[in-house]
Design a protein around this ligand. Structure first.
Ligand code: GMT
Length: 380
């Protein structure tokens, strides 16, 4: 198939899922055309079946807000026509689903029917999508998509509860490339960070409010009262300085490192003993899955789709959002020498269930199904 993949090109989970899906489809022989405003971060791989089309947003002094959605729709029209695409798969509803709707209508006037699949990732529904300034457009463009997928049962429920949706939503969970995310031998790195055998705690995120990074710092502070430990924080975003200030207040700076946006997060995860994800909302928790694939147990909140990934008392523990004390108690259970090995093995076994090899066929079947259901003779 020839697929147009529309996504955010950044480190965020939706862009990562779109890029990894595109790469995997290309390896299977599909032609995948990425359409976005800059080279996707994880598109670091050459394959003759992959192409990237950059959206240029022509600016004009009148525009206080450059109209990206229009430029994106125009680019989609162009790529669908000239690359003869079979379908468009857009990741994150805002503004990709409505831009795809517009592209589809334009193409229709030219006798070209292009099916559109929208994948809902999380905050496009649970946070920003519900805002009255976007809700009518989000509802409309989900309903106008030829196929809709959500990354967890919880996200599907949330979408049906908060939006007036008149179509089926298929749940296809996030996935992991186990060839890339696996525990690597990085003993020298562990020794450099934890020279005295301290336990290593890791958090990775985009440091937005929803990630509750300050809870990570507080849990770490509590753990360190009981055992020697170090904390590595990977990623960057608006809440980073608050987290740094809290480290200073709690006196944990010497044992904490902010590593910023790292490409090779699997190298850090390879030496970790525990991953913390205390999010306020989390539709799936891809970062936790990446940790589990590297044999790292997870302390998380019990929000959103996290119970569909993190198995209570098996791969880690879940607590109510903000319950730092409970998260600390659970972290200390996992970090006990006699427990750690079992939790690590369980985390890996659970991650194996989300192997891209298991999830890719679900997308391929869904593409086929949507394409067949929307089959209209096209005149090119
Ligand atoms: O986590 C983020 O804030 C990034 C966000 C995104 O859309 O880029 O991630 C969402 O999509 C991921 C991939 O499907 C999910 O694994 C994350 O759980 C989800 N984030 C939230 O729901 C907060």
């Amino acid at each position: 198939m020839k697929i147009g993949m529309v996504c955010y090109p950044t480190f965020g989970g939706s862009g990562v899922v779109a890029t990894e899906l595109g790469k995997a489809l290309a390896k299977e022989g599909h032609k995948v055309h990425f359409i976005t405003y800059s080279q996707p971060t994880r598109l670091d791989f050459f394959n003759e079946n992959l192409a990237y089309h950059e959206v240029d947003v022509a600016n004009y002094p009148l525009f206080q807000f450059p109209p990206y959605e229009l430029a994106l729709a125009s680019k989609m029209v162009d790529v669908v026509k000239y690359e003869q695409l079979d379908l468009l798969h857009v990741h994150y509803a805002i503004p990709h689903a409505s831009a795809a709707y517009m592209a589809k209508q334009i193409l229709k006037t030219q006798g070209i029917h292009i099916p559109v699949i929208t994948t809902l990732h999380g905050t496009d529904i649970t946070l920003v999508g519900k805002d009255p300034s976007y809700e009518p457009v989000v509802t409309f463009s989900i309903n106008q998509s030829d196929g809709v997928t959500a990354v967890s049962e919880d996200l599907k429920r949330d979408t049906l509860e908060h939006f007036d949706i008149n179509r089926e939503i298929e749940v296809i969970p996030n996935f992991i490339d186990l060839d890339r995310f696996k525990r690597q031998k990085k003993e020298h790195f562990k020794k450099a960070i934890c020279p005295d055998g301290e336990k290593l705690i890791v958090h990775t995120s985009n440091f937005r409010k929803v990630k509750r990074v300050e809870d990570v710092v507080r849990i770490f502070h509590n753990i360190r009262k009981v055992m020697p430990a170090k904390l590595l924080l990977v990623g960057d975003g608006p809440e980073r300085s608050k987290a740094e200030i809290l480290c200073r207040e709690l006196g944990t700076c010497n044992d904490t490192r902010f590593l910023g946006k790292l490409d090779a997060v699997e190298e850090v995860l390879s030496v970790a003993d525990l991953f913390i994800m205390p999010s306020e909302k989390e539709s799936f928790g891809l970062a936790a899955l990446e940790a589990m694939a590297c044999e790292v147990p997870v302390i998380s909140s019990n929000t959103g789709g996290l119970p569909e990934l993190n198995v209570q008392g098996v791969t880690g523990f879940m607590s109510n959002v903000g319950d730092v004390e409970d998260m600390t108690r659970n972290a200390l259970v996992i970090l006990k020498e006699e427990n750690l090995g079992k939790f690590k093995a369980n985390a890996l076994a659970r991650a194996n269930e989300f192997d891209i090899k298991n999830i890719l066929p679900l997308y391929e079947e869904y593409y086929k199904r949507v394409k067949e259901q929307t089959l209209i003779p096209t005149i090119r």
